[in-house]
Design a protein around this ligand. Structure first.
Ligand SMILES: [Ca+2]
Ligand SMILES: [Ca+2]
Ligand SMILES: [Ca+2]
Length: 226
């Protein structure tokens, strides 16, 4: 009885190490594709609605390689992953380019320009300057008259549902779009902290129990022959 309890305790202590952060989706747009299937869930599907966005030449945007996804309209670019297997958190990282002359809330003539970013169930409304870690600022792309900024982002969110939405759209009363203000995204990575399915748990605990039972039998047998 004591040994069974110890074996079960050992199984529970071992459990967290079984959870593993695994890549679900990554793209750098270099091959002109939005999604690359890498697992770990065999049933997951990925849908992209670009809504005015397109894969374009990255020019000299830092860290963007040769291609990225740019949207100069107010269309909402959506990346939807469905059918995720058992997991308890997600990590999303991406780089975002603020291109050309985004106008502030205080600018009543040309602003305000906003960026709306949805990560799972939360939508953020950002005015320039955007948050994130500044990767660089310079005359990188599109309209050479204005500076562009690149920010890297990381979101780690508790998440157990089967569907995950990442979307970006521009808006605000002053958003002009085109070559006046637009946004770009690149280097998207979604990782899931995968956890065993309940049926796997049952099998695992039963497995630990059997190992304990076999150990007890061996000890009993060696005691009998001593
Ligand atoms: Ca790229
Ligand atoms: Ca502007
Ligand atoms: Ca504007």
């Amino acid at each position: 009885m004591m040994k069974s309890a110890l074996i079960l305790a050992a199984a529970l202590v071992a459990a967290p190490t079984l959870a593993a952060e695994t890549l679900v989706w990554s793209t750098d747009f270099e091959t002109g594709t939005v999604f690359k299937t890498v697992g770990p869930f065999p049933q997951d599907t990925r849908t992209a609605t670009l809504a005015g966005g397109s894969i374009q030449n990255a020019q000299s945007l830092p860290g963007f390689g040769t291609k990225y996804l740019r949207n100069s309209s107010t269309g909402e670019t959506k990346f939807l992953v469905t059918g995720l297997g058992a997991h308890d958190s997600l990590r999303l990282t991406f780089d975002l380019a603020l291109l050309d002359s985004w106008d502030r809330e205080s600018d009543t003539r040309w602003g305000p320009d906003y960026l709306f970013v949805t990560v799972g169930d939360t939508t953020y409304q950002w005015a320039p300057e955007w948050p994130g870690t500044l990767v660089g600022r310079g005359h990188y792309a599109v309209n050479g008259s204005w500076q562009d900024s690149v920010y890297s982002h990381e979101f780690v969110i508790p998440h157990t549902g089967s569907d995950f939405l990442f979307s970006i759209r521009a808006g605000g009363k002053g958003f002009q779009g085109g070559n006046d203000e637009s946004w770009g995204v690149d280097n998207i990575r979604l990782l899931a902290n995968a956890v065993p399915e309940p049926s796997t748990w049952a099998m695992m605990i039963a497995g630990f129990g059997l190992v304990g039972y076999a150990a007890r039998c061996r000890r009993a047998a060696s005691a009998a022959t001593a």
